[in-house]
Design a binder for this molecule. Structure first.
Ligand code: CO
Length: 300
């Protein structure tokens, strides 16, 4: 029994030593951890859209001044476009995380800037889960800690909080007419978030409306509600992180099929608000709360 105990102790010591030797890549250790944050966005090729993403990244840098913060895009089309046109290289999450692992980062929080847990978020989660598996099975290829934040609208309380922030931001407009938020929309089940946001906003003012470009509620849904609301003025703003291509074209464009044009054809005075959610400081605070949750006990 004495020998068995001794053997177990030696085994434990060897396992511990091996773990300590392998768990951390070159240049970092438990005593010398290297912490990083990866801000992940769909991406935008428009300067206004990029500014919205950078505003979020800057807020993160301000909140975590000692942690290196990098930005990653998920849209390869956008990454290729900005590389071609501006020579700007942005990595997709898998590449950005592989580089961080190679550079010796030990603890990484991945900040999702997605509004809903849809397909884009699922894909990002799969990448982070892949790194989690690597971290567990091949520590040299992974991290000591890696966690992904949840999207802006992922729990019941999130809707109330976002609705509160939006109602505060646009309370003046709702006194004079209707304020329509246009989300991206998706075939994914998470599209239900837009309907939930609509109810949360109606708790603040009956003059808030939520529609989507690719899902439900649709333009027709919003238009028929506006008809019964008997308003003259309509403001329209993207319920998206950035006021990029969708906001400038599908929502506020001059083409006859934009939301602005279609609403004007119905006789409304339409004022587009070309501000992405990332440009709203109060919304950035909500996004930062998600990052804080992701760090959990590892909060740097
Ligand atoms: Co789109």
């Amino acid at each position: 029994m004495k020998y068995l105990n001794c053997a177990l102790l030696i085994l434990a010591a060897v396992v511990f030593a091996a773990g300590a030797a392998c768990a951390f890549p070159i240049g970092s250790s438990v005593e010398n951890p290297k912490k990083g944050i990866l801000v992940v966005a769909f991406g935008s090729s428009m300067p206004e859209g990029e500014a919205s993403i950078e505003a979020v990244a800057d807020a993160v840098r301000k909140a975590y001044p000692d942690v290196e913060t990098r930005v990653s895009y998920t849209s390869r089309i956008i990454m290729r476009k900005i590389a071609r046109e501006n020579g700007k290289i942005v990595d997709e999450p898998a590449v950005a995380l592989a580089k961080m692992a190679y550079e010796g980062f030990t603890d990484v929080a991945v900040l999702s800037t997605h509004i809903i847990p849809g397909e884009e978020y699922d894909d990002l989660k799969a990448v982070v889960d892949g790194f989690k598996a690597m971290s567990a099975n091949a520590p040299k290829a992974g991290f000591r800690f890696i966690e992904l934040s949840s999207p802006l609208l992922s729990g019941a309380a999130d809707f109330e909080r976002l609705a509160g922030v939006l109602a505060d931001t646009y309370s003046e407009q709702t006194k004079k007419g209707a304020f329509v938020f246009v989300g991206h929309g998706t075939h994914h089940f998470a599209n239900a978030a837009y309907g939930t946001l609509q109810f949360a906003l109606w708790e603040k003012s009956p003059n808030f409306y939520v529609g989507t470009i690719e899902g439900l509620p649709s333009y027709d849904d919003v238009a028929s509600r506006l008809k019964t609301a008997k308003v003259k003025n309509v403001w329209i703003a993207p319920a998206m992180l950035v006021a990029g291509d969708h906001a400038h074209n599908d929502i506020a464009g001059e083409e006859p099929d934009s939301w602005k044009s279609m609403l004007e054809a119905q006789g409304y005075k339409v004022t587009p608000v070309l501000e992405g959610l990332g440009q709203n400081a109060a919304v950035r605070t909500l996004i930062l709360d998600k990052l804080r949750e992701a760090w959990g006990g590892f909060k740097p």
